[in-house]
Design a protein around this ligand. Structure first.
Ligand code: ATP
Ligand code: MG
Length: 399
């Protein structure tokens, strides 16, 4: 008897009907990429589980690599036994004996995935539980809050027994939900917004607006570093850097000061949408949260959003700043975002931006000049950079 397998559970994916095979295949591929350095591992998948046979590779290291992989609900080190009652009982007993100390509590949760197996789950629980109680000292059953949940999954080809679960990252496998363009600034919010969309399987490309000489090379590098920080979850990422100086200068020349913020956001959104269309993306993602600043009131959002009918995803919409900061810490973007380099918006921020801009007004202000040719020029001069994690990206080659 040996803990020589890892059993991976995916929860939510199991409910995806016909798409399930595609999801499982993608998840398996993502896992294989993360675990590429461990060459002896072998993989098997069924419709609701992935099994990895260790073949001597170290579980403690593999465990850490599996934790950020989206689509995994939980995973466990497992013992494999034949699907035969006596063997299962022996294996379960040894499993708990290895883990437990006197005084511990346990329960048995059997699952009969192979419906042809002659013993139903309830009876299995009793058989195995009884066998454990008879052959150990000082272990008791506690069905509500046991120290060990001896999970027994009976399948046709084999039975897997686990006692301890590791929490996976949850969400959906990277790359299963289509592509979105993340409007990435140097702030705290947008990287967190990107992370949350990736968690739902969205493949992200970043769009960043910079305005030299008002903003420095270091501000641009900061954004690339932020993008790189997101790659352990998704693989390498494309960052589209759009020169925005000429447009911002024209806005400031042409639009009354309290409407410059509204106009700036509209231009950014328009350009991002053009890039999205070229890159065959399905959505735009921002770090906006209702009411956080003047440009994020519902009135503002309505006036800004009017330039496109593409879905704009705002995963932080209802979150407080403190919660966003917590998440930024968790995903290690906080310490980069906190660096003081100026952003193109901060440089041009008006003293008193309108919190209730009127769509007709902003449209009229913009109508006196030819923004479209400047937009075209900005798109032509856009630079696209591929970033990956400072360590070798676990997903390199995936995207
Ligand atoms: P963040 O912390 O993400 O910078 P914020 O609270 O500073 O957000 P704003 O500056 O109003 O809020 O920006 C709102 C959203 O607009 C950002 O979350 C981001 O998605 C987008 N955005 C702002 N500035 C830029 C930029 N220079 N390039 C690309 N997108 C930007
Ligand atoms: Mg900002």
């Amino acid at each position: 008897m040996q803990y020589d397998h890892i059993l991976i559970r995916f929860g939510e994916i199991s409910t995806k009907g016909r798409n399930r095979k595609q999801f499982v295949d993608r998840l398996k591929k993502n896992i294989q990429l993360v675990l590429q350095p461990f060459r002896m591992l072998t993989y098997t998948s069924t419709r609701d589980r992935i099994y990895i046979k260790l073949n001597g590779e170290p579980y403690s290291e593999i465990k850490e690599k599996l934790k950020p992989v989206f689509g995994i609900q939980s995973f466990s080190l497992a013992v494999r036994s034949k699907s035969e009652l006596e063997e299962i009982k022996t294996a379960a007993l040894e499993t708990i004996k290895e883990a437990a100390v006197p005084g511990d509590t346990f329960k048995v949760s059997a699952r009969r995935a192979d419906k042809n197996f002659p013993v139903p789950a309830d009876e299995l629980n009793r058989e195995i539980g009884g066998h454990i109680l008879r052959n150990t000292e000082d272990l008791t059953v506690n069905v509500r809050k046991p120290v060990y949940d001896v999970r027994v999954e009976v399948r046709e080809e084999a039975t897997f027994i686990t006692t301890k679960d590791e929490l996976g990252a949850g969400g959906m496998p990277a790359g299963t939900s289509g592509r979105g363009m993340l409007m990435l600034s140097g702030g705290f919010d947008s990287p967190v917004a990107g992370y949350l969309c990736m968690k739902r399987g969205v493949e992200i490309e970043a769009v960043h607006f910079f305005s030299p000489p008002y903003t420095s090379e270091r501000a641009k590098q900061k954004v690339l570093d932020l993008a790189a920080q997101l790659t352990p979850y998704c693989g390498s990422m494309l960052v589209h850097i759009v020169p925005f100086t000429a447009i911002q200068e024209l806005i400031h020349k042409q639009v009354p000061e309290n409407y410059t913020m509204t106009s700036t956001r509209r231009m950014m959104l328009k350009i991002t949408d053009a890039i999205r269309s070229k890159r065959e993306g399905l959505a735009i993602i921002t770090g906006e949260s209702i009411g956080q600043v003047a440009s994020q009131t519902l009135h503002s959002m309505q006036a800004i959003n009017e330039v496109t009918s593409t879905p704009v995803l705002r995963p932080l919409l209802s979150m407080d700043k403190t919660d966003i900061m917590e998440l930024a810490k968790k995903i290690d973007t906080h310490d980069i975002s906190i660096l003081p380099y100026e952003d193109c918006c901060t440089v041009f921020t008006p003293a008193a931006p309108k919190t209730k801009p009127k769509l007709e007004k902003v449209e009229r202000f913009e109508s006196f000049v030819d923004f479209d040719s400047l937009i075209k020029e900005a798109l032509e001069n856009m630079e696209t950079i591929k970033v990956s994690h400072s360590e070798e990206s676990p997903f390199a080659g995936l995207l």
